[in-house]
Design a protein. Structure first.
Length: 347
């Protein structure tokens, strides 16, 4: 069952939930805003729905609410930080902003982060860079949650990858997991009692399935592009760990400290006009997107959209009509906000 609440109500409820576990007011405001925005944009799996799990991890000591990123090394356009197992959102926002500061100075900014925690929706940081006028690329590694191609057990991370191209107030933003559907998406559709639009994994008998519950039970996600997604997941894992001088997926598995506990991340910001003219670049993007919109649609009456376009539509609708929430999750978060942690037993 779903319900709709204003953005401010959703944000303030999440904020109170975070404050009940000892997060300071300023950090709770930032994190609650990011979670509420994710739900408003239609990514409920990493918005409101993630709050109970984050609270659980914090109460178990897997996240240090007071920790801040520590500079480890700097080499021109690039900097490396230790996240000290702090809050994943604020660690990632710090690195995003620092990458943009370096890009303002050098044209390119690269910030790598090790020993951090779950950053929630990766697209948050790509949108932030694009809305500030930068081209952005960021990704994270994770624990092993997906079978490598040719395996039937979890042996590689899902390792979300994001890239953003500035385009005024309507940037092109790709935010994708390395599986056809993330576990968060599976959980969201299962709660709603819906099937997947396309097969997203295997059931217990090894058959391709569109049943999110069956895939959750088998733990056999389908890599995006089959062997291609599996290969890219491994490469992103190694690249993040190498550049951050941090942990790879195997090391994260060994520590077993919650989802993405101790992971490695990369944030890259580029001046999109590093070698070009701002006016001609903007015209090129407009020309390319117009051609995409004019492509013949599969279904008569539809318009082919670019990545991020539907997100903007959903955001606008959420701000006027209310943010959609799953009532079961909403009730949990409301109880947490009142200091009732018994609800976490069913989260």
């Amino acid at each position: 069952m779903g319900a709709y609440y204003s953005f401010d109500i959703v944000k303030e409820t999440i904020k109170r939930a975070f404050e009940t576990i000892g997060m300071d007011e300023a950090k709770a405001e930032v994190c609650a805003t990011v979670h509420a925005q994710s739900s408003a944009d239609g990514v409920e799996s990493h918005g409101l729905n993630r709050v109970p799990r984050f609270v659980t991890y914090a109460r178990q000591g897997m996240v240090d609410l007071a920790a801040e990123p520590e500079l480890i090394a700097s080499r021109g356009v690039a900097e490396n930080y230790d996240g000290q197992r702090g809050v994943g959102i604020t660690n990632a926002l710090f690195c995003t902003d620092r990458a943009m500061e370096l890009a303002r100075k050098y044209g390119i900014g690269v910030v790598t982060l090790r020993n951090t925690t779950h950053w929630m929706r990766g697209g948050t940081y790509a949108w932030r860079m694009a809305e500030a006028g930068f081209m952005g690329i960021c990704w994270t590694n994770t624990e092993s949650v997906m079978p490598a191609w040719g395996s039937d057990e979890q042996s590689v991370g899902n390792n979300p990858f994001c890239i953003a191209i500035p385009h005024g107030d309507a940037p092109v933003v790709v935010d994708m997991a390395m599986s056809q559907y993330s576990y968060g998406k599976l959980g969201m559709l299962k709660l709603a009692g819906k099937k997947l639009p396309y097969p997203g994994g295997f059931d217990a008998e090894g058959n391709l399935s569109d049943d999110p519950g069956a895939i959750q039970a088998s733990r056999r996600l389908l890599p995006t592009g089959y062997w291609k997604g599996s290969s890219l997941a491994l490469a992103l894992d190694l690249a993040a760990a190498m550049l951050a001088d941090g942990r790879c997926g195997t090391d994260i598995d060994a520590r077993a400290e919650g989802s993405c506990g101790g992971c490695s991340q990369v944030f890259m910001a580029f001046d999109p006009n590093l070698f070009g003219d701002k006016g001609s670049s903007a015209a090129m993007v407009e020309r390319r997107l117009e051609a995409l919109h004019n492509a013949h649609p599969e279904c008569e009456g539809d318009t082919v959209a670019y990545p991020g376009e539907h997100t903007l539509e959903r955001r606008k609708r959420s701000m006027s009509e209310g943010v959609h929430v799953d009532e079961r999750v909403w009730n949990q978060v409301c109880r947490i906000a009142q200091g009732d942690f018994e609800v976490l037993d069913i989260a």
